[in-house]
Design a protein around this ligand. Structure first.
Ligand code: GLN
Length: 395
């Protein structure tokens, strides 16, 4: 049957299916090791799994309050007070949603009007473009320069912000730190300057801090909300997925000033009603985690990072050593004349390892043609097997 153009909305025609999820399907089909989609293959903490099972047994099986179970919100607030010295009112400034993915789209829909312009650092996690389009907004891209260790030019950024004035100005900046896919952790200085710009040009900052506990070496994660003058214009998003290795639970949360929270809660309610009630109970346990857990999480990821970085460098890729998160961007040009999509296709079919083509992180595919992304959130055993397979690239 011929495609009838108006059977789907125009919005949907402006973005493609997720390449990351497509790579997972391809990996499955060809029995390749999946270093494409970023999810751990090792178990979640025992205590937290027990708490989830117990909650189901205790019949916490009906809807939680739409914006989050009160105990979970209190536990989040306690964690932020102790960890970041940040006072958050769990009744008025917190919303629990289905993963940071829903947190992001709910926040954008609540704060951004159709026609508004939204700043997005590029390369970007592939959801942000479609999120902006679904909200009817136009993304304005700021380039993180691979040749300068994923830094960006402040003058160029300010120029873009000024250019946007004639179209009503920038409404929000989407900031993902630690960053997927580059592994960049925005520095204190960069965040300071961004917060000055946000105040000077009056825009919101919507942050995705889902990798907040996965930082390496001397790098440190700073929530931009805590910079002077920023609490009132920052929407901070994080969740359980990466910190507690439960990406399939879909439990995230949004910290925002009361008036913005009101709007976000409305959108969230009508989108999904609420996140899984028993898993929010387990979230209380997760949020009560203190002590060595976070250091251990980061140091185990550092070992995986170091291992895969060495393997990829040995093979001949140009590698950017990530400062945070659990992805490695590499340049494929030293090894091949193929483009990113063709090369990943070969990797999956002929070498049995899946990665993500770099073009899926850029609004113009040609900008990402020389990159691919590997995820290293896997056991040493799986990483070793992947390394053996990849080493055949040298033959
Ligand atoms: N954040 C993960 C990645 O970038 C998983 C994305 C997803 O499929 N939700 O691979």
């Amino acid at each position: 049957m011929p495609t009838v153009p108006n059977r789907i909305s125009q919005k949907v025609t402006h973005f493609t299916e997720s390449v990351i999820r497509e790579m997972t399907r391809l990996a499955f089909q060809h029995e390749a090791i999946n270093l494409a989609q970023g999810f751990p293959n090792f178990p979640a903490p025992e205590e937290i799994k027990k708490a989830a099972c117990q909650a189901i047994q205790d019949d916490i099986n009906q809807y939680a309050i739409t914006w989050g179970a009160p105990g979970f919100r209190r536990a989040i607030s306690d964690k932020y007070r102790e960890m970041y010295d940040w006072e958050i009112d769990p009744e008025r400034e917190l919303t629990v949603a289905c993963g940071s993915t829903e947190c992001m789209i709910s926040s954008i829909l609540a704060l951004v009007n159709p026609g508004d312009q939204v700043l997005v650092f590029e390369p970007f996690y592939e959801n942000y473009g479609p999120d902006a389009i679904i909200a009817g907004a136009s993304p304005v891209y700021i380039s993180l320069d691979a040749n300068r260790d994923w830094t960006f030019d402040f003058q160029e950024l300010e120029q873009k912000i000024q250019d946007a004035q004639s179209g009503g100005g920038i409404r929000a900046l989407i900031l993902n730190t630690p960053n997927n896919p580059t592994g960049k952790v925005f520095s204190l200085e960069e965040l300071g300057k961004l917060s000055e710009l946000a105040q000077a040009y009056d825009f919101y900052v919507i942050t995705d801090e889902i990798y907040e506990h996965i930082v390496y070496d001397d790098h440190k994660h700073y929530p931009i909300a805590l910079f002077p003058g920023m609490k009132d214009r920052t929407i901070t998003i994080s969740g359980l997925s990466k910190t507690f290795s439960v990406t399939g639970w879909r439990i995230g949360y949004i910290i925002a000033p009361e008036d913005l929270t009101d709007g976000i809660r409305k959108i969230h309610d009508f989108l999904t009603v609420g996140a899984a009630a028993p898993l929010q109970e387990a979230g209380v346990k997760a949020m009560q985690t203190r002590g060595q857990y976070y250091e251990k999480l980061a140091s185990e990821y550092r070992q995986r990072r170091d291992y895969l970085v060495d393997v990829l460098q040995d093979i001949g890729f140009k590698v950017w050593i990530p400062a945070g998160a659990y992805y490695i961007m590499v340049e494929i040009s030293p090894l091949t004349d193929l483009d990113d999509v063709q090369f990943v296709d070969q990797l999956i079919k002929n070498y049995g390892v899946a990665a993500v083509p770099g073009s899926s992180f850029y609004h113009r595919p040609e900008l990402g043609r020389r990159f691919i992304r590997f995820a290293f959130c896997k056991t040493q055993e799986v990483l070793r097997e992947a390394a053996e397979r990849l080493q055949r690239l040298r033959d």
